[in-house]
Design a protein around this ligand. Structure first.
Ligand SMILES: Nc1nc2c(ncn2[C@@H]2O[C@H](COP(=O)(O)OP(=O)(O)OP(=O)(O)O)[C@@H](O)[C@H]2O)c(=O)[nH]1
Ligand SMILES: [Mg+2]
Length: 200
């Protein structure tokens, strides 16, 4: 762990506003990886081994290399600007743990829905979820090496994304890339909030 991750500037922690962002998506799309790559504190993880009991319960066919899975949540923190701290909550991806999403989403200003182009269909349920909850979200295509690569407009079409939903690419393992995604959702959510307040 480097010192920048463990020691955020003291002035920031005393004066900054804080807000909550949810990192969501289907099984194994890179949610835990993203929270871990940007967090300036050691992220809290609730990983359990993927065991033989998972066979037939979880969709493991497309993720044979995956040995652990999130069973409750990931938690991390990043100071986006001197006056803005984000608390990051990563959801579990497996359907049997989705009952926890309502608790994780409560109070969040926005969400990043991560998608893997090899398993685009896994994105529909998370997208429907955030639409139904009226939580602003962006969609981030996690570019796995060797995975199918499509132009973003084709991904948007395949996912039937509304025109106003931002769609970006991402490498969940890369801190700068993950940070750009967080900046995007934060700007998007704050703009939405401002629009709602103007029209209320
Ligand atoms: N090649 C590549 N591998 C990645 C990338 N992001 C994540 N991975 C790998 O993909 C696997 C799944 O990542 P996780 O971060 O555990 O996925 P998750 O969405 O949290 O999974 P669940 O919590 O089980 O739903 C891990 O082995 C990661 O190292 C990426 O951008 N490229
Ligand atoms: Mg996870």
């Amino acid at each position: 762990m480097d010192s920048a991750r463990s020691n955020p500037p003291a002035s920031v922690s005393r004066t900054a506003a804080s807000t909550k962002i949810v990192v969501a998506g289907g099984f194994g799309v890179g949610k835990t990886t993203l929270v871990g790559s940007v967090s300036e504190i050691v992220p809290l993880r609730t990983e359990a081994l993927v065991t033989n009991e998972s066979v037939g319960v979880d969709d493991l066919a497309q993720t044979p290399a995956k040995s652990t899975t999130t069973v409750a949540m990931d938690f991390g923190r990043i100071t986006l600007a001197e006056d803005l701290v984000l608390y990051l909550f990563g959801t579990p991806g497996q359907k049997r743990f989705w009952f926890m999403w309502d608790d994780l989403v409560r109070g969040a200003i926005g969400a990043i829905v991560i998608v893997d182009t090899a398993r685009l269909d896994a994105a529909f349920a998370p997208l429907d979820y955030f639409e139904s909850k009226h939580v602003p979200f962006i969609v981030a295509v996690n570019e796995f090496e060797g995975g199918p690569s499509y132009p973003l407009h084709e991904v948007a079409e395949a996912l039937a994304l509304p025109d106003d939903v931002p769609l970006i690419t991402l490498d969940a393992r890369d801190r700068d890339s993950a940070k750009r995604a967080l900046i995007r959702i934060t700007e998007f959510a704050l703009t939405r909030l401002a629009t709602q307040q103007r029209t209320a």
